[in-house]
Design a protein around this ligand. Structure first.
Ligand code: NAD
Length: 256
């Protein structure tokens, strides 16, 4: 990580925050943090600057293409380079549950944030990232491999992230840029607990569906994400990398 600069979306909480802190701990030269929640970003920054790294932060809604472009332009101005990007920001939930009840604005917001948001970030990042040597990790989900009842919009957005990742990986591999999808299973963060509170899934049932019989922690995902960003993963591109305690290896939970 030394001498390198990384951009992280969704850095105010959960996996994004854990990724930022791990990058700082491993000696990244600079980290550019973004999220819609500015107060949360400040907390993440406070954790990162315990280590010798330069941290900038910006309130950015990844669904807003102008805001993303302007953020990535600022990253280049502030840090002078961009070597890696973790596109982590995401949402789940919505009002309706089964597909016929999905509210159109919830569908559109889900696709805008989870899929178009990753596209907005990748487009801006690919124009600026170090070539060769750049690495991008897009956070999908095990729900990007198989459907998840009562979560059709979420699963659709996460399937899309995999298609986007694999297509871009094919385009940029020969230029020495690696692009991978990270697929977390059940991880104990706000997005999961909020979904559970709405009855979209149950931590107890999903945990029992993993081979390890438990939820994962954000830090366990961040360790793999940062590995994929690093040169240690120099021959890994276009991968669908699960971090799910074996959840996808043994059949998936089916709500309702
Ligand atoms: N927790 C899980 O079980 C799980 C499983 C599979 C995939 N994921 C994915 O992991 C990613 C991170 O989620 P998490 O578990 O850390 O949840 P989290 O709720 O702790 O963090 C999500 C972060 O994204 C930010 N965010 C939301 N909308 C945004 C937007 N429009 N623009 C910028 N930032 C925005 C939130 O403010 C929050 O800080 C998400 O893409 C999620 O879909 C999580």
């Amino acid at each position: 990580m030394e001498g390198k600069v990384f951009a992280v979306t969704g850095a105010g909480s959960g996996i994004g925050r854990a990724t930022a802190v791990r990058l700082a701990k491993l000696g990244a030269l600079g980290i550019a943090l973004s999220d819609v929640d500015e107060a949360a970003l400040k907390d993440t920054k406070a954790q990162c600057i315990q280590y010798p790294t330069r941290v900038t932060l910006k309130k950015v809604d990844v669904a807003n293409i102008e805001a993303v472009d302007s953020w990535i332009n600022e990253v280049l101005k502030d840090h002078g380079r961009l070597d890696g990007a973790a596109n982590v920001a995401g949402i789940a939930g919505g009002e309706g549950q089964v597909t016929e009840d999905i509210v159109q604005r919830d569908w559109e917001r889900m696709i805008s944030v989870n899929l178009t948001g990753v596209m907005n970030c990748m487009r801006a990042q690919l124009q600026k990232i170090s070539k060769p040597g750049g690495s991008i990790v897009n956070v999908s989900s095990t729900s990007g491999l198989r459907g998840l009842a009562k979560n059709a919009a979420y699963a659709s957005s996460k399937f899309g992230v995999i298609g986007l990742t694999e297509s871009a990986a094919a385009e940029y591999g020969k230029q020495g840029i690696r692009i991978n999808a990270l697929l977390p299973g059940p991880i104990d963060t706000k997005i999961f607990r909020d979904g559970e509170a709405k009855g979209l899934f149950s931590s107890e049932i999903i945990s029992a569906g993993t081979l390890m019989g438990r939820m994962g922690q954000a830090e366990e995902v961040a360790k793999v994400l940062v590995f994929l960003l690093s040169d240690d993963a120099s021959f890994v591109t276009g991968a669908r990398w699960t971090v799910d305690g074996g959840y996808s290896a043994c059949g998936f939970y089916r709500a309702g």
